[in-house]
Design a protein around this ligand. Sequence first.
Ligand SMILES: Nc1ncnc2c1ncn2[C@@H]1O[C@H](COP(=O)(O)OP(=O)(O)OP(=O)(O)O)[C@@H](O)[C@H]1O
Ligand SMILES: [Mg+2]
Length: 319
Amino acid sequence: MLAIETHELVKQYKNGVRALDNLNLEVNKGEIFSLLGPNGAGKSSLINILTTFYKPTSGNVTMLGKDICKEPAWVRTQIACVAQHISIDEHLSLMENMTFQSRLYKVEPKVAKIRINSLIDIFELSRYLKYPTASYSGGVKRRLDIAMNMVSIPKILFLDEPTVGMDVMSRKAMWEMLLKIRDEYGTTIFLTTHYLEEADRLSDTICIMKNGKEVAQGTLESLRGYIRQNMLCIVFPNTREAKKYKGILENMEFTKFAGVRGNSVVLGVEDSRNSFTIVNKWLLEHHVAFDAIEIVEPSLEDVFLALTSSEENRGGRGL
Ligand SMILES: Nc1ncnc2c1ncn2[C@@H]1O[C@H](COP(=O)(O)OP(=O)(O)OP(=O)(O)O)[C@@H](O)[C@H]1O
Ligand SMILES: [Mg+2]
């Protein structure tokens, strides 16, 4: 069964901006679903509709089998949403924050105690119990925020950019915690992120959106299929050289998109074998110093660039 299904969802604001434009999405129960998209793609507008904060202009959303516009109150009992700003009360201790949340959701005290302890465990918060919450780092505050929102054991947990501003270690730790939540509670997790690595490591399904529409949706593997065999990687002696030649290589007739990754230029091309021969020949003829040229498997970043950098609408989700 699907956790969320949107059908031809439209959100048009009063100022005329069409933030969602006939969006179709399917989120499976028990999965981690990541929504990726450039600024202004419509991610927050979508989260606001799914969490019943905004009403759609047209189209519909079925959540856990029910129409969210017809039964918003019921939907609210099934979900939890952790917004980007931290919502813990810094005047209360960690335990008081958790207990307060459990009372808000009318969780029976005995049950609440067990849940709270298990969540403190999953989110590795026990060592912070004795310190005031105001002294926590941003990462620990966010962990507590998510733990608090899990006290009601929501069926679906919405997270708007859960690891923004965290250092690499804290971000990786957060990924482990979210995977535990999915596996131990069977919670469906719907998150938005700007970090491609996050979507790559964490998600069962990834949706890339642009201009209010889904441009691709599927597993990382299926998304890679979109540009499989169609990428060239040219390794230069240093980043400066790579940047210099990117400009020339991206203007070649067969190049669909280009990016610099470390010392390399990565090219999305129509036909990788043919382009390989042409680029190789060009580099040799122009006496360009390069270390290697190869056909590579695209990363999520490459897929993202390919799907969101082009002005034309590539449309469809038949991946
Ligand atoms: N309340 C509003 N009234 C009018 N226009 C809005 C409103 N909220 C968002 N928009 C517009 O709708 C479009 C989509 O915005 P939204 O915030 O949903 O994008 P986003 O994908 O979350 O972007 P970001 O990555 O920057 O958070 C943008 O053009 C934005 O300016
Ligand atoms: Mg947003």
